[in-house]
Design a protein around this ligand. Sequence first.
Ligand SMILES: NC(=O)c1ccc[n+]([C@@H]2O[C@H](COP(=O)([O-])OP(=O)(O)OC[C@H]3O[C@@H](n4cnc5c(N)ncnc54)[C@H](O)[C@@H]3O)[C@@H](O)[C@H]2O)c1
Length: 333
Amino acid sequence: MAVRVGVLGAGFIGRIHALNLRQDPRVEIVGIADAVPQAAGRLAAEVGARPLGSLEALLDAAPDAVYVTTPNTYHVEPVLAALASGAHVFSEKPMATSLEGAWRIRDAASRSRGVYQIGFNRRFAPVYRFARRLIDEGRLAPLAAQLKHNRGELRQPAWTSDPGVTGGYLYETPVHLFDMSRFLLGDVAEIQGWARRSVYAEPDGFVMLLRFRSGVIASLTSVAHASWLFPSERLEIYGEHRAVVTEEMERASFSPGARDAAEVIDCAAMPFEQKWGYAAEDRLFIDAVLGERPPAVTAEDGYRATELVEACARAARTQQRVTLPLPEPQGER
Ligand SMILES: NC(=O)c1ccc[n+]([C@@H]2O[C@H](COP(=O)([O-])OP(=O)(O)OC[C@H]3O[C@@H](n4cnc5c(N)ncnc54)[C@H](O)[C@@H]3O)[C@@H](O)[C@H]2O)c1
């Protein structure tokens, strides 16, 4: 029997997921809901589903799984409602825009019979899998790193410049980088650094220093007004006379020695939804819904990325070094 999926939020990323799901023979898309009826109608027509006006209407259709693909500050309530209904949930990043919100979701997910998966798609992008494999296979033992994830502007979509909707720039873009740093280098022990507000109505440039529990040290830069000059996203991880460098989701290079030829993977020609990891994360979510494997990115991963955002904001605001983990909020059950 098909997994019956509903989508809440028929914008850019809701469409990418719906198009992936439509190609999965294990899935039936039962409804597309959006606060804007025309948006729901357009995507519903494209994927052959029913357009709906609200989360309540979507839950009335009794979906097995719900995709929450609304803007950032509209994730927590629908995720909690969908989990409470017994549905499996795929939520776009960020998990929440406060540690308390993330705590509530992690708590609800741990008690739900549904699976919760967070949309850190980069974990499935071939360039980042390449880097992770080098580390897992012991070909690269990270010692230090330089991590960068910029945005060209905060204009598209328009709400990305409104911290009331994003939860702040750190929740919009660098949250991916925080998850990537955990994925490749493990948990962070302490963070310090600076931010400045230059172009937008909030801190929009961060230069931070991270020390990981493993002893790895790293610098992290994220600027919201950098222009889209390639590569807006670049990680460099250094070992003993070895290094891996990634350039967006396009290319990664590994130097196995100071005098050796580099190994390069070039993903430029791959379809966008594979290159960026979206196709794999959707397939793995349906695997998890069917009980074939645990969720590929967990509520714990979502919580830890939220914690890093909060620690980074606090370090920049107070000019104090912040140690992790942060005290857990006392959520209400
Ligand atoms: N993982 C990624 O690479 C990635 C990429 C893009 C966006 N995102 C995330 O996905 C989410 C959506 O981003 P987007 O670019 O698709 O935005 P978007 O503006 O293109 O689409 C959002 C849609 O949600 C609808 N909406 C807004 N509030 C709603 C509500 N309360 N209830 C129902 N519908 C509502 C809007 O009408 C719109 O159709 C954001 O959280 C964003 O951070 C993730």
